[in-house]
Design a protein around this ligand. Structure first.
Ligand code: P6P
Length: 339
C-alpha cells in the first residue's frame, strides 16, 4: 500500500510551494503564483532544448529552419519566454536577465512585489554538443513597490528570499530553496509536472571531486594554485581528488550538490573578478549551497555578502562541501596575513 500511496500521492512543486506557504500565514499565495510562472518557462525551455537538434533551434540567430522561418537562438528564445512569463505573472517589479543589458521595470498594472534575477539558458555554448545546460534564478522582495529602482536588485545575496536552477539534461530537474532547505523536483513529461524526487538535499561535508577549468592554471593566484596542487598531491597521504569539469555551471553545481566536493571559478590575471555573474549565477548557487549545509566564498569573504554595484558584475567563486571550502579559505587567509 505504501508504494501505491506514493504513486498516487504526487508531491508536485506547486503543492510543495503551497505547503511552504503555510509557514507564512500572512502570505496571499503570490510566491506560489510567481513560482508557477517560472515553472512554465522551465517547461518551455525543456521542450525546446529536447527538440533543438531536430528543429535546428541550435546555431546562430538568423538561420532559417526547414519551414524557412527565421530561427532565434535558443538562449534568445528562452529569455523572451521567461521575461513574458514573469511579467504576465503580475508578481514581479524588476527583472535582471543575463540577456538584457538593462534591468526591466514592469509597468504599474502588472507590477508585483518580487524582483527576479536570472540567466535563462546558462552554458548555452554547450547546446550543440548535447551537454546539460540550465536556467538559474534568484528572487528578492521589492523595497517599495511604488518606487522601484535599481537598488532593488543591487541588494546583497543575504537578502534573497529564494533561489533555484533548472537543469536540462538526461532528465529535467528543478532544484529550489525558499530559505527552508533545498528540494529537487523532476519533470514527468507524461504529466507535465515537476514531482518531488530529492527532498531536503544536504551536501556531504567533504567530497572527493574538485571542479575547475585547469586550462586557466597559469593565470591562477597562489592560494588557488596551492589548493589545486593539494587536490592532486594530498599532503596527508589521502588519495587525490578526481577532476570533473563539464563547463556548464548548472551541471557542475548540481553534481557538487549531490555528490559533494568543490566548484571553483577563481579570479585570474585575465579576469580579475572571475567570470561568473553575481546576481544570477553566484548568488543563487551560493544561496542553495548554504541551505544544503555547504558554503560559498569569493576569495575574500562569504559570497552572499557581496553588495553589487552593477547588475552584470562578476565575482570569483569557491562553493561546495563545507570542509573543502574551509580549506581554500584558510589558504587565502594565510596569504592575506603574510601580504
Ligand atoms: P569556462 C558557461 O559559459 C559559463 O557561463 C558557466 O556555465 C560555466 O561554469 C563557465 O561559463 C565555464 O567557463 O571559462 O571554463 O569555459
Amino acid at each position: 500500500h505504501a508504494a501505491e500511496a506514493q504513486r498516487t500521492d504526487l508531491m508536485t512543486i506547486t503543492r510543495h510551494a503551497l505547503n511552504e506557504q503555510g509557514r507564512h500565514p500572512e502570505s496571499r499565495g503570490d510566491f506560489t503564483i510567481l513560482l508557477s510562472h517560472i515553472v512554465l518557462g522551465c517547461k518551455f525551455v525543456a521542450s525546446a532544448v529536447n527538440k533543438a537538434g531536430l528543429a535546428k533551434l541550435i546555431g546562430l540567430a538568423g538561420e532559417t529552419n526547414v519551414q524557412g522561418e527565421e530561427q532565434k537562438k535558443l538562449d534568445v528564445l528562452s529569455n523572451e519566454v521567461f521575461v513574458k512569463a514573469l511579467v504576465s505573472s503580475g508578481r514581479t517589479c524588476v527583472l535582471v536577465s543575463e540577456e538584457n543589458e538593462a534591468a526591466i521595470f514592469v509597468d504599474a498594472p502588472l507590477r508585483g512585489k518580487y524582483c527576479v534575477c536570472f540567466d535563462p539558458l546558462d552554458g548555452s555554448s554547450n547546446i550543440d554538443c548535447g551537454v546539460s545546460i540550465g536556467t538559474i534564478f534568484g528572487i528578492y522582495m521589492i523595497k517599495d513597490k511604488d518606487n522601484a529602482t535599481l537598488e532593488d536588485v543591487l541588494q546583497p545575496g543575504t537578502h534573497m528570499i529564494a533561489a533555484g536552477y533548472c537543469m536540462y539534461g538526461s532528465s529535467c530537474t528543478l532544484v529550489l530553496s525558499t530559505g527552508n532547505g533545498v528540494n529537487g523536483f523532476t519533470l514527468d513529461p507524461s504529466l507535465g509536472e515537476f514531482i518531488l524526487t530529492h527532498p531536503n538535499i544536504k551536501i556531504p561535508n567533504k567530497g572527493k571531486i574538485y571542479s575547475v577549468n585547469e586550462g586557466n592554471a597559469r593565470n591562477w593566484d597562489a592560494p588557488t594554485a596551492k589548493y589545486v596542487e593539494r587536490c592532486k598531491f594530498p599532503q596527508d597521504g589521502s588519495s587525490p581528488k578526481s577532476l570533473r569539469y563539464i563547463g556548464s555551471m548548472v551541471a557542475d553545481v548540481h553534481r557538487t550538490l549531490l555528490y559533494g566536493g568543490i566548484f571553483l571559478y577563481p579570479a585570474d590575471k585575465k579576469s580579475p573578478n572571475g567570470k561568473l555573474r553575481v546576481l544570477y549565477e553566484v548568488f543563487p548557487m551560493s544561496f542553495l549551497m548554504e541551505q544544503a549545509g555547504g558554503q560559498s566564498f569569493t576569495g575574500k569573504h562569504r559570497a552572499l555578502e557581496i553588495v553589487p554595484s552593477e547588475i552584470h558584475q562578476r565575482s570569483p567563486i569557491f562553493l561546495g562541501s563545507y570542509d573543502d571550502v574551509e580549506e581554500i579559505k584558510s589558504l587565502y587567509a594565510a596569504e592575506s596575513s603574510t601580504a
